[in-house]
Ligand binder design. Structure first.
Ligand SMILES: *[C@@H]1O[C@H](CO)[C@@H](O)[C@H](O)[C@H]1NC(C)=O
Ligand SMILES: *[C@@H]1O[C@H](CO)[C@@H](O)[C@H](O)[C@H]1NC(C)=O
Length: 790
């Protein structure tokens, strides 16, 4: 009897098991997939859809997703919205009691299905594109259709409070700005969300399927039926068509409706058995007005961006004076290239306007003046520090502040849009990113065609083009706009390969310094100096960015301008403007003494540059290595300090001496050798030595036979000054001897600067003042010990 009972028990268990086992089960409990290239996904029975890891473009990022497996581009239709991409070696597993669990290569859980999985039997990739988890007794206990990402498929239904979100852009599957929602009042809406709070902003599309009384008329389901027909179902059974009647193509097609990264909700179709290079075609999309104005929110394009039509899509373009915050996201926000200033010192006369063609940000004004004229409109914007843009049309004036929203191209002739800028930061028409060979070739091509017709025209044409380039490139260095940006500054970033090309494989060496070798290069039409840094702090990536940003923010006539940088793995390079007249060292210590006038002008320039670094730029910069090799001369013999801002990259703690001495023998201040803090006064000391060199055209140190250096210049200068023989310092220099008052002033300043006691040295600001006013008291002996021993 017991055997019979036992047998019966096994039989029922077995039968129950067979009955519970869903006929279509394709993914058993315990099945798993590992994110590696080419791993076989879990397929639906017809192989139309696959569930697994898709490798994203050219790197080791994988996305857990569902896609169309039979069409070449493997279009993704679902992904867990909250998990970003995962790296190679991540794993997805169907676990009893848990459902689907995604873990990273370290085994940490990244995402899992939510719900109750006590009855879990198996997983199943349905031919509809729906991944289902089936229970032993209860049918579906989880399905991907209930957690849509950016796409709906035929047979999928969205209920009240359902929503889908666009992805950020083509390649980034993080949640984007746009949402499609079915509201409790029955309306289907498209809206932008505030990405920081996730709060939905004003809709830019509304279906109108609502009923104020929430009665029979209101919509309650968005239905995408099996034939590919999409509509809103009202409570009274009526349908509100989204797919126009008769719009569906006949034949065997895949259908999907996706909220695209540009904000358009679009129904697409694709032949199931593609011939040739078939692709997705559009059946319909919403909104119809693609450059919509949502009032609140950025508009179709990001903040400060401007929308125009590109077929049935919005095309976004930053206006002149702005550039993309994220170059991978052309529909995203634009950042102002120049700094808006609204501080106490605001002075309207420092500002001017450029006119932006056919551009407006309608409905985002904070002031509206009627009636007025164009000049008064501009004036009121000039005076008003918050005003960023003034629009004048039909005797009316609108003023707008940043950020500008709902930007779009207008065709209206009589609307004039003026962008305000500070005069010394005039936004340039950006040159094309590198003047590519291709472009040059097409110029030549155009040229040859014209040559066939009229030689005269081409001569004139070339003249005009040359003049154009001359004016554009000569007046102000405009720099090719590279693909990415330095954090917080718009400094172009270059790849190492671009710089290898720009310098012809680092062929032409310009010089060697404490930080690396400098090479000559050409970027676009500009000659540049490329400094290859060789001794940057380890793990200093962040510091590097920070320092580059500090340097990038310095703008002064007497500083070499940083034009770009490269931060490619190990390779750190800085790109500077190229200085035609070489270093001050070469200039001063050549056989023919340069003129005193030029020398004194250079001396003042260096002082001004240093004063700026110490006191006027936003982050104080101590140079630490002022010497004639680090001063460059431009076409007009303006002194330009180079290599500033780099000291920190080698030496993180500037205020201590025990971290090693920076600087060059003969120019370093004595406190480097003592346990006293290092301050801006070390630069003042070096400047003093430099100034004495500029006066005398003598090197500050000479090497004796044992290759030991002896400092002579400061001692000699003190002796000359002390003994009233300043003229000896400018021996045989007629121009200097004629200008002895200035020479004496400069010598006194030099001696003040090289005082052994840092607190006796003047600040650089004071130095500039003394150089210009000639009012200097008599300096004490720079080195008291030396003097007493005399
Ligand atoms: C697959 O989807 C179809 C259509 O929704 C549904 O009828 C069927 O039951 C699903 N298959 C399973 C095994 O759940
Ligand atoms: C995608 O965008 C998000 C949000 O802006 C960002 O944090 C993430 O790094 C991006 N991912 C990739 C792979 O670029």
């Amino acid at each position: 009897m017991a055997e019979v009972l036992l047998c019966l028990f096994f039989l029922t268990t077995f039968l129950g098991f067979v009955a519970g086992q869903q006929t279509n089960c394709s993914v058993p409990v315990g099945a798993s997939l590992t994110a590696t290239p080419g791993v076989t996904p879990w397929l639906s029975s017809s192989s139309d859809f696959a569930f697994g890891f898709q490798q994203l473009q050219g790197n080791d990022n994988f996305l857990l997703s569902i896609w169309y497996d039979k069409i070449p581009d493997k279009t993704i239709i679902w992904y867990p919205e909250t998990s970003a991409t995962v790296s190679r070696g991540s794993k997805v597993e169907l676990i009893d009691q848990r459902g689907i669990v995604l873990t990273d290569p370290q085994g940490r859980e990244v995402w899992s299905t939510s719900g109750s999985f006590s009855d879990l039997a198996c997983g199943f990739m349905n031919d509809t594109g729906n991944f289902e988890i089936l229970g032993n007794n209860s049918g579906k206990i989880w399905e991907s259709f209930s957690y849509p990402a950016d796409t709906l498929l035929p047979t999928q239904v969205m209920e009240i409070r359902g929503q889908i979100n666009s992805k950020k852009n083509k390649t980034n599957f993080s949640r984007g700005r746009f949402q499609l929602r079915l509201l409790p009042n029955g309306n289907l809406v498209l809206n932008i969300r505030d990405i920081f709070s996730n709060f939905p902003l004003n809709p830019y599309y509304v279906s109108g399927t609502f009923d104020a009384d929430n009665s029979t008329n209101s919509g309650y389901q968005l239905i995408f039926d099996a034939t590919g027909y999409m509509y809103i179902l009202r409570r009274n059974g009526q349908k509100y068509d989204l797919t126009p009647r008769d719009a569906l193509p006949s034949g065997d097609y895949y259908h999907r409706a996706t909220l695209d990264p540009d904000g358009l909700f679009t129904q697409y179709y694709h032949p199931k058995n593609p011939t040739g290079n078939a692709s997705w075609a559009v059946i319909w999309s919403e909104p119809k007005e693609v450059c919509f104005n949502g009032r609140i929110g950025s508009g179709a394009c990001g903040l400060n961006n401007v929308c125009s039509l590109d077929g049935n899509r919005p095309k976004c373009e930053c206006p002149r004076g702005f550039s993309l915050l994220d170059s991978n996201d052309p529909n995203g926000d634009c950042n102002r290239d120049f700094s808006p200033r609204c501080d106490e010192g605001y002075a309207g006369d420092l500002f001017d306007f450029i006119e932006l063609n056919n551009t407006n940000w309608p409905g985002t004004d904070y002031a509206h003046i009627i009636p007025t004229n164009e000049q008064s409109c501009k004036n009121s914007c000039t005076e008003d520090c918050f005003c960023a843009v003034a629009v004048f049309a039909n005797d009316q004036c609108w003023k707008k502040a940043l950020p500008l929203t709902n930007g779009k191209k207008t065709s209206s002739e009589n609307v004039k849009t003026f962008l305000k800028y500070q005069k010394d930061e005039r936004p340039l028409q950006r040159p094309p990113p590198f003047l590519k060979e291709k472009d040059q070739r097409s110029l030549v091509l155009v040229g040859s065609v014209l040559l066939g017709t009229c030689v005269f025209v081409i001569v004139v044409l070339i003249g005009v083009i040359c003049l154009g380039f001359f004016l554009i490139y000569k007046k102000k260095p405009t720099y090719p706009y590279a693909s990415s940006k330095a954090a917080e500054s718009n400094l172009p970033r270059f790849t190492y390969q671009e710089l290898v090309e720009a310098t012809n494989g680092f062929k032409d060496e310009l010089g060697r310094g404490a930080f690396g070798i400098v090479y000559k290069g050409v970027i676009g039409t500009n000659i540049v100096a490329v400094k290859k840094l060789d001794r940057v702090v380890e793990d200093g990536e962040k510091e590097f960015k920070t320092e580059v940003n500090v340097i990038a923010r310095t703008h002064h006539k007497n500083l070499v301008q940083l034009l770009g940088y490269c931060d490619d793995g190990e390779q750190r390079l800085l790109i500077y403007e190229y200085m035609n007249n070489g270093t001050l060292a070469a200039f001063l210590f050549k056989d023919m003494k340069p003129s005193w006038k030029e020398r004194s002008y250079i001396g003042v320039g260096v002082a001004k540059g240093l004063a700026y670094l110490h006191e006027e730029c936003s982050t104080q910069i101590i140079h630490c290595d002022i010497k004639p090799q680090n001063i460059l001369l431009d076409d007009y013999y303006n002194a330009k300090i180079s290599d500033f801002g780099l000291a920190k990259l080698l030496l993180m703690n500037q205020s201590r001496t025990n971290t090693g001495i920076r600087g060059t023998k003969g120019y370093v201040a004595p406190e480097w050798f003592r346990n006293t803090p290092v301050t801006v006064k070390v630069d003042v000391f070096s400047y003093g030595v430099l100034l004495l060199e500029i006066i005398s055209c003598q090197k500050s140190v000479v090497f004796d036979s044992d290759k030991e250096y002896v400092e002579v210049l400061t001692d000699w200068a003190w002796d000359c000054y002390h003994e009233g023989r300043v003229d000896a310092l400018v021996e045989n220099d007629m121009e200097g001897l004629d200008d002895l008052e200035r020479v004496t002033t400069f010598v006194k300043i030099g001696l003040w600067c090289v005082q052994e006691n840092p607190s006796l040295r003047p600040t650089m600001r004071k130095v500039v003042q003394m150089l210009e006013d000639f009012e200097v008291t008599d300096p004490p002996c720079p080195c008291p010990l030396f003097c007493t021993s005399i």
